[in-house]
Design a protein around this ligand. Structure first.
Ligand SMILES: Nc1nc2c(ncn2[C@@H]2O[C@H](COP(=O)(O)OP(=O)(O)OP(=O)(O)O)[C@@H](O)[C@H]2O)c(=O)[nH]1
Ligand SMILES: [Mg+2]
Length: 489
């Protein structure tokens, strides 16, 4: 129990606080002294069926939260990004004492807000991005030459390595027959007329002014559209790692332009234009966002091969390690720190099994997280007991065929084979020797087109669990990554 002093009103005190008395502070403010009761002394509601169900649900949610550490991992989403509409221009005239017919003074509409994607290292998933990303509309112009405020831009943080692709929009809905004719609709959607402007249709002179204004506007709109297209032609793919900065923001959907107020159409001949334009619609784009993590090395292996154990041994990451398959459900990226300050990133993904490309197991969609890796790290369980030591060799083939099924040519990347669980006595030793000979035979027989793939990948026995041969593995990884970097730059 705790005694507290609360300043202000007692009207909305929580139930666990009971009032002891009131005093005044030095400043003359009323203070209330309260007793904070511990949770155990709180009166509990009776345990009826509803409360029990609620408690069960809470326990379940807690379980989910613990499993996912409170974060949902999403690496593929569809998004509709739409810029805000521009505000309408205003038709207004100055009216003052002694100024019965003043000049036009309608304000312009504000532009609609833009939608930007901001590459950020703060977010690691696409879970926070809503399906509809819409920026605010611009405000309408007002009389007295008050221009409308621009709509607020929308900045959406996306993780580095997100690929943005435009997809076809859905077909527009069918229009009813009894809707306004196209000509009428177009006029109304583009022009704002003064309430007294019905006369201009009848008076011949003014029809010309309006037609002229329409022609001018068409030219202006063409120019604006050209500028907008140029903006949107910019590559809509997030750049590689760079410090987060607002100037990195990528324009995804631009807002509409604000309409012109009636002073815009003022000429020497027509000093009281009774029309203004409406703001244009914001640009809408249908997109897919795919997160492809960027890591220097990507771990691939069958479930339970010890990928996560290897990641924990070489890096600062603490992935889940368990003696059952599919203990890793989401990709995980760790950093290997070398003594000289150099560092590499390494990505762990859920295990692959035969037929993953047909969505068996967790499927092979997670391979997108190693697709951009410079070096592939095959993690093979070399300690498995199988006649003639065929098990590890078969696993290696399954992994290679799944990689090829996901993306042709992926197996031609520089790679290293981690023969893990080498600590498992004699079996591991025999399997390792057998694997090595099979590997040499396969790579000497085949004629590969590129020079680098003629060489068999380096194979190294490791015990990730007991941290044996880890330094050798990390130094080979560093060399492979640096070789790959220098051959590409
Ligand atoms: N003896 C021995 N056991 C190991 C070694 N490496 C991993 N293990 C054990 O193998 C089991 C699976 O390890 P994980 O690292 O979770 O395997 P994984 O490949 O990440 O599995 P998934 O995430 O399910 O794909 C755990 O019980 C580890 O303790 C090793 O070098 N030696
Ligand atoms: Mg794992």
């Amino acid at each position: 129990m705790l005694i507290l002093r609360v300043t202000g009103t007692t009207a909305r005190l929580p139930q666990r606080l009971s009032v002891l008395g009131t005093t005044r502070s030095r400043a003359g403010q009323p203070c209330v002294w309260c007793l904070l009761r511990s949770k155990t002394t709180e009166s509990r509601p009776p345990e009826d069926a509803e409360n029990v169900a609620h408690a069960d649900r809470r326990a379940q949610n807690k379980g989910t939260w613990k499993r996912t550490k409170g974060a949902k991992f999403v690496d593929y989403i569809r998004v509709v990004a739409s810029g805000g509409d521009g505000g309408d221009g205003c038709v207004s005239f100055l009216r003052e004492k002694h100024t019965a017919k003043g000049p036009p003074n309608g304000g312009n509409g504000g532009r609609g807000g833009h939608v930007y994607f901001l590459p950020s290292s703060e977010v690691t998933s696409l879970a926070h991005i809503p399906y509809r990303c819409a920026a605010k509309h611009g405000d309408n112009g007002k009389g007295g030459v008050r221009h409308g405020a621009a709509g607020k831009d929308l900045y959406i943080e996306v993780p580095y390595g997100t690929e943005v692709r435009e997809i076809d929009p859905p077909p527009p809905p069918q229009k009813d027959d009894d809707e306004l004719s196209v000509g009428q609709t177009q006029d109304e959607s583009r022009w704002v007329h003064h309430p007294s402007a019905t006369a201009f249709v009848e008076s011949e002179g003014r029809i010309d002014f309006f037609n002229e204004a329409q022609k001018i506007l068409k030219d202006e709109e063409r120019h604006i559209e050209r500028l907008r297209k140029k903006e949107l032609e910019r590559k809509a793919e997030t750049p590689s790692l760079q410090p987060q900065d607002m100037k990195d923001a990528i324009l995804i959907a631009s807002g509409g332009h604000g309409g012109f107020g009636n002073p815009h159409f003022w000429t020497n001949a027509n000093r009281s234009p009774k029309y203004a334009t409406r703001g244009s619609k914001g640009h809408t784009r249908y997109l897919t966002l795919e997160l492809k993590s960027i890591a220097d090395c990507g771990l691939v292996g069958l479930p339970n091969a010890g990928k996560s154990t290897f990641l924990a041994a070489v890096s600062n990451a603490h992935p889940k390690i368990a003696p059952y398959p599919f203990s890793t459900l989401n990709p995980y990226i760790g950093t290997i720190q070398y003594r000289d300050g150099h560092h590499l990133t390494i990505a762990d993904i859920p295990g692959l099994i035969r037929g993953a490309h047909k969505n068996v197991g967790l499927g092979h969609a997670f391979l997108r997280h190693v697709e951009r890796s410079r070096v592939l790290v095959y993690v093979i369980d070399i300690g498995q007991e199988e006649a003639n030591g065929e098990g590890p060799w078969r696993d290696f083939h399954v992994l290679r065929s799944e990689l090829e099924a996901y993306k042709e040519g992926l197996t031609k990347r520089p790679s290293i084979i981690i023969a893990n669980k080498a600590d498992i006595s004699e079996t591991a030793k025999q399997n390792f020797e057998k694997f090595k000979t099979l590997l040499q035979n396969e790579f000497s027989e085949q004629a590969f087109p590129s020079r680098s793939t003629k060489e068999a990948p380096i194979i190294i026995p490791v015990s990730a669990k007991y941290r044996k041969n880890i330094e050798k593995a990390t130094s080979i990884l560093r060399k492979l990554v640096e070789d790959r970097k220098s051959s590409h730059e």
